[in-house]
Design a protein around this ligand. Sequence first.
Ligand code: NDP
Ligand code: 8X3
Length: 262
Amino acid sequence: MKPSIKKLVLITGATSGIGAATAKVFAKSGYDLIITGRRKEKLEETKQKFIKKYGVEVLTLCFDIRDQNAVKKAWKSLKPEWRNIDILINNAGLAKGFAPIHEGSLDQWETMIDTNIKGLLYISRLVTPDMVKNQKGHIINICSTAGFDMYPNGNVYSATKAAVDALTRSMRLDLYKHGIRVSQISPGHVEETEFALVRFDGDTKKASIYEDFTPLRSKDVAETIFFVVTRPKHVNIQHVLLMSTQQAGSNFIDRSGRKESL
Ligand code: NDP
Ligand code: 8X3
């Protein structure tokens, strides 16, 4: 179903996982897109595919979201009409490592803080002035169950997601009087992503964390995001916390086998 008015969505971290699945759901529905990430080829491949398959306009911005100047440069490279973002999806993020606090890696902590908190702030600071000027817009922050429900060895990743939650609520307080909706999506475990592989530095054995239960799929999260942004303008779904049926909390997962047919 095409939206009646063409809308522009900016999705950070659209080269894989939740961001890529979300880009597809929006492109399929006729939204124009700005997709970002560090992997240029993936962005280009997605762009060509969406233009051909869905007839939408797609722009790619390749930058490391931790680099304030790179984010600024990418934003400034956009023509003014591409800066009127209707929907900003702050999705780029990652976990690095899985160690107790007394053994954690400072480098990994910095990577998570710089990406999940500072990166989200850099892009939001650039996109929101035009939203305020236009008196409309919708921001979706991708948080996590980890931001509310801690688990052993999750420490700094959880802290970054708790910060995302604080920012979501603060951003809403700053922006609601300008007609801007701020929403948050907090998923539990999601497969069809590179999340675990990235967390464990490409160690496929350690990253095999979804084999004994059925987690959410990236498309489940993408469809939830789509539902949230397509409510009537007077409705703001502030927060969606979603988990697979076999997960009841960060520390409660039914690992008795995959139950695909649930
Ligand atoms: P993926 O690893 O599949 O995707 C992460 C995306 O973030 C990639 O597109 C990656 O692009 C981008 N990214 C990471 N670091 C940077 C950076 N420094 N600069 C620019 N882009 C970056 O994981 P998910 O899809 O699972 O993760 C998406 C979001 O969902 C994250 O915020 C994550 O914390 C959250 N989440 C994930 C859950 C899960 O179980 N998978 C559950 C709950 C929340 P590139 O590598 O090209 O730069
Ligand atoms: C990702 C989910 O539980 O691995 O945010 O932290 S978890």
